[in-house]
Design a protein around this ligand. Structure first.
Ligand code: APR
Ligand code: PHB
Length: 412
């Protein structure tokens, strides 16, 4: 097989990149190791920044999002039995966010790609990326993969690893040029789906007795909730009543508010990790999304970071296709990493501020509560949280017109 851009991974990053490239007339192929059913049911994120909504609109994948997505104008913070609303439009000059499950985004993009898009191969597992070095002494970049029981080769001009944290594209980066930064948190999230209408209009982030809890939703009839649990927690130790009782305790406030209960239809435990791989490009191989970075879900940045990587990369390929300039492709890693580190810091801050330390470090816990108080008492502090939560703008360089044929080498 032969294509211009070989994409490994059919999650949100790979599927959106394929869609944006297709719209620009750049041919590509997506190799996804799992089945269509698996990728469409994998419960993950659900909060979309405006930039993510814009990208899905730009590639014609936002029809259902427009009708079923829930636009939110703020979130609620709870601690010490108090409730404090963070008003996004007031604090950010009009920005909002949208709740729409990542599973639905994947379904929408898969459906579009299968009817009117570049090849999307399911159960096609990439084994290795070859010849991605710029010098290309030994031939064009290639992805070796197995599909329908046969080992095959996809030769390309470029390869993009959208294969998530457990993918193989990162392995093709020489150790000499790679740096990874990792932080593991001393707690996990127990997440549930429940067939019960949400007990709130907007998301509630609570730091209660015993730890963190989050009330999100998937629709007006399905709630999505999370609670902090120790690492290594087994869902078998958490029957439904225990989950609801613990959520009740952590969301409790002085005032009339009630958490509605209902049948829990899914339970899972997710460890919390921050991880960044630098650089995000080596020669003709790029990384995008979870293949390059992981953030704890407290700041709801994972999906949105994947989308912003892909928006920059798609514009870089479009610029090359239309003008011959590699300006944006050369700047890709630097532009994305600047944004990735901002989101990594924000996610770290949100996580440490809202979770109870299991080591009982009361000094640290008091500091975190003080940060929460500052945010709910100071407009600039609240505005900083709102600006990060609703999504920092893409770098100006992404929108700057390129000079034909120009190749501005990145500053680092
Ligand atoms: N060959 C082919 N496909 C692979 C391989 C491989 N060797 N390894 C992994 N994959 C596929 C996985 O099956 C998965 O479908 O790559 C895809 C990666 O998708 P995600 O893990 O969802 O990562 P990404 O697309 O970057 O999405 C980023 O969206 O999933 C949410 O919040 C989540 O932060 C995450 C964000
Ligand atoms: C979700 O709806 O799954 C969700 C929302 C916000 C978060 C994390 C998860 O910070």
């Amino acid at each position: 097989m032969r294509t211009t851009v070989g994409i490994i991974g059919g999650g949100p990053a790979g599927l959106l990149l394929a869609r944006l490239l297709h719209r620009t007339g750049i041919d590509c192929v997506v190799l996804e190791s799992r089945t269509r059913a698996y990728v469409e049911q994998r419960q993950r994120a659900g909060m979309l920044e405006q930039g993510t909504v814009d990208a899905l609109r730009e590639c014609g994948a936002a029809d259902r999002l427009e009708t079923e997505g829930l636009v939110h104008h703020g979130i609620e913070l709870r601690f010490d039995r108090e409730r404090h609303r963070i008003d996004f439009p007031v604090l950010t000059g009009g920005r909002t966010v949208t709740i729409y499950a990542q599973t639905e985004i994947v379904k929408d993009l898969v459906a579009l790609q299968l009817t009117d898009g570049p090849p999307l191969l399911f159960e096609a597992e990439a084994l290795a990326v070859e010849n991605a070095d710029e010098d290309r002494q030994s031939g064009p970049p290639a992805v070796r993969f197995v599909h329908e029981g046969r080992e095959q080769v996809l030769t390309c001009d470029y390869v993009v690893g959208c294969d998530g944290f457990h993918g193989i594209a990162r392995d093709a980066f020489p150790a000499a040029v790679s740096r990874t930064y990792t932080h593991d948190y001393p707690y996990s999230w127990l997440g549930i789906l429940a067939d019960v209408p949400p007990s709130c209009e907007e998301l509630i982030y609570a730091r209660g007795p015993g730890g963190f809890a989050l009330h999100s939703m998937r629709s007006t009839s399905v709630s999505r909730l999370y609670l902090q649990v120790p690492n290594g927690t087994d869902t078998d130790d958490w029957p439904d009543d225990r989950i609801w009782d613990e959520l009740d305790a952590r969301f409790a406030i002085d005032g009339d508010w009630r958490l509605e209960r209902g049948p829990i239809t899914a339970k899972s435990v997710t460890p919390m990790r921050s991880h960044v791989h630098e650089p995000m490009r080596h020669g003709r191989l790029f990384l995008a999304g979870d293949a390059a970075h992981i953030v704890p879900p407290t700041g709801a940045k994972g999906l949105n970071l994947a989308v912003s990587d892909v928006r920059v990369l798609a514009r870089g390929f479009a610029e090359l296709h239309l003008t011959g300039s590699t300006r944006l492709l050369d700047a890709y890693s630097r532009l994305c990493l600047d944004r990735v580190w901002q989101a990594t810091r924000f996610s770290y801050d949100m996580t440490t501020m809202l979770h109870e330390r299991p080591d009982g470090d009361t000094f640290e816990d008091r500091l975190q509560l003080t940060r929460l108080r500052r945010i709910t008492a100071s407009r600039p502090a609240a505005a900083e949280l709102a600006a990060n939560y609703t999504g920092l703008p893409l770098a100006a360089a992404v929108h700057a017109p390129s000079r034909t044929g120009a190749t501005d080498r990145p500053s680092r």
